[in-house]
Design a protein around this ligand. Structure first.
Ligand SMILES: Nc1ncnc2c1ncn2[C@@H]1O[C@H](COP(=O)(O)OP(=O)(O)OP(=O)(O)O)[C@@H](O)[C@H]1O
Length: 267
């Protein structure tokens, strides 16, 4: 098994680095993050898994600059930052709350895009909508389209500014199994085509292994990195061929066992 421990990372140009990220919420006896260390390389698809409630969302908030850690910090290409930077986009689980119901798909995707040239902005919005296969629904409102389409809209909004890094917090947790598979394939295709690095926080170990170049396993609270597993499965990945391969099953078994061990379950 190819496993790395501690702060050891794969070879490559370092993109994002978390150092000793520590965070406690007021009133909580135990800190949520207990010194998280890891680095992500340029172009890498990094999956983050861990026991329920271990602090995955809190980690993502700190990584994005939405929340300040109590100690430690985050850097991008060696530069530290403390608020959400332009090169970063976030996709949340709850598309219901992240989309504006009074705006159309086109309006939602273009909202917040800092491009003054109207024609250029319209072209950027159309490109992002087309990339997620929603051109036919561009003038509809979120409440007129399915949950999967709403999450495609949220994905288009995150892509429209051409980010270098996409942070995804359980992005497919609220859609049905078939839609989830379609969205996984779409996301992997888009990040590969556009050269975007991705950091995916997920509960789903199959998803983490299937999509990731590497899986970071967090401990139970206070969260620390207990293991980094390199996913040496060939790309492009296929929902059947990849998931039926002995290597996928081996990696899934390894990550599953690691997470369950953290959760304190007998394995
Ligand atoms: N704003 C807050 N104030 C106080 N406690 C919080 C706050 N946000 C999260 N927590 C607590 O911090 C812990 C970690 O929460 P977080 O959502 O980061 O974990 P998670 O791993 O993403 O959870 P899950 O597995 O349920 O998705 C939980 O016990 C949660 O109740």
């Amino acid at each position: 098994m190819t496993a790395l421990t501690g702060t050891e990372t794969m070879m490559g140009t370092e993109l994002l680095k978390a150092e000793n990220l520590t965070k406690a919420y007021a009133g909580n006896a135990t800190p949520v993050l207990g010194g998280v260390d890891f680095a992500q390389t340029e172009g890498e698809f990094l999956s983050v898994v861990g026991p329920s409630g271990c602090g995955k969302t809190t980690l993502l908030r700190c990584l994005s600059g939405l929340m300040r850690p109590d100690a430690g910090g985050v850097s991008h290409r060696g530069e530290s930052f403390t608020r959400p930077p332009e090169w970063l986009s976030i996709v949340f689980q709850d598309y219901n709350r992240s989309l504006f119901p009074w705006l159309t798909v086109r309006g939602n995707v273009g909202f917040g895009l800092r491009e003054r040239d109207r024609a250029k902005k319209a072209a950027m919005v159309d490109d992002a909508i087309d990339a997620v296969g929603l051109s036919h629904a561009a003038d509809l409102h979120p409440w007129q389209i399915s949950g999967g389409m709403q999450q495609r809209c949220a994905l288009a909004r995150s892509l429209v500014s051409s980010p270098g890094l996409l942070l995804l917090d359980e992005p497919f947790a609220s859609v049905d199994a078939q839609t989830r598979i379609d969205l996984q394939d779409l996301l992997m295709k888009l990040v590969a085509e556009r050269g975007i690095s991705a950091l995916l926080v997920t509960h789903d170990i199959d998803e983490a292994v299937f999509m990731g170049d590497r899986v970071v396993v967090l401990s139970t609270r206070p969260a620390r990195v207990v293991e980094e597993v390199i996913v040496d499965l060939p790309k492009p990945r296929d929902q059947l061929a990849t998931k039926e391969s002995p290597r996928f099953l081996e990696l899934r078994h390894h990550v599953y066992t690691s997470v369950r061990r953290q959760a304190g379950a007998a394995v």
